[in-house]
Write a protein that binds this ligand. Sequence first.
Ligand code: HEM
Length: 366
Amino acid sequence: MSSATIFGAVAKFFNERFPVEKLNFQSMVQQKTVPVHRMSWGYYMGGLTLFFLMIQVGTGLLLLFYYEPTVNDANLSVEYIMNHVSVGAVVRNMHAWSSSFMIFFALVHLISAFAMKAFTKPREITWIAGVLLLFITFALGFTGYLLPWNQIAVNATKVGLQALDATGAYLPGVLSRVPHIVRETFQGEATVGQVTLTRFYALHVVILPLALAVLLFVHLVLVQLHGMSQGIDREAKKRELFFPFFFVKDLSVWAAVFFVVFFLSLCVPFDCFLPFPLLDPYNALGATPPDIKPEWYFYFLYYPLELLPFWAVLLGTSTVVVVLFLTPWLFRKSSRRTLRYLALAASAYLAAMTLFGQQIYELVKR
Ligand code: HEM
């Protein structure tokens, strides 16, 4: 193939994925429609994820006024926010509750977009940007967990970083050194300490949000350029205008969930569900808590790591990551029926590990 043909093919690929001629008010706003059918609920999931992200940004900025990213003051500053800053406890609880909701809805959004086959041409880049957004969202959860600098969080971070390092033993040649270098870069010193806290803080409040903003921009511009996907096998009998009809419904759902999150944050401290007190400050000489666990949204990885050989979990996870990135090509010809079954199987796995991981663990280890 000549270089001109290759260039032509690449140009055609990007022209079809970025139809800039549709970058106008008429096409993106006045004419945008949403199909009405039994899977239409799926079209609300990305918007809900976006709404929780907005809550995260708003509450996160407020927390910045008081939070101190030093090993001596981090825990105290969080305690101060909770007990002495007016509405501080509500703001912190909202940040904690909404982070969980954001991850939950990002997962539901991925699974529903998969089941509706919303990833096919020309939406491959929308999908890939989405996968990257999901990873960044998880990384925000991981880095944020360390910031209150309590016994569980610091120890859980140590375990997480050790697990990352251990993956090097299973990689070939020069690649085997990459996880160690990544760990060293994030940890910054011999053990999790001040340098680690500074770096996690930088990642959590600047680097990851910036990366997320760029990807989200691409994701949303593409959604607007391509319009909503069909979602079901037959062309929907009815379509409604996005502005104002669907948008008003979006806003109503957002208002309802805002009420739920606000009510929860007012009445139910996020950590009251945890089997350990999150506010115990980290003590380097203190004992490692016997049941250190990550946040619930990592249970799907945590329990398999407890139950299966490390290499098996690593192989499984790497396969899932590759499959996620290649989904637009691997499942191009799959029927929506097959995709729905796969989506159900993935949801069942995630629900079983998250809700019953401990019971499954005890059953197997007995
Ligand atoms: C921070 C995370 C994310 C945000 C804020 C977000 C936001 C949105 C929004 C607002 C929409 C339009 C409404 C909708 O279809 O639901 C959308 C569409 C879409 N998103 Fe996401 N998204 C995120 C993550 C993801 C993930 C993890 C995936 C899957 C890998 C994904 C794949 C898609 C696809 C394929 C569409 C087009 C849907 C269609 O045309 O029917 N997104 N996203």
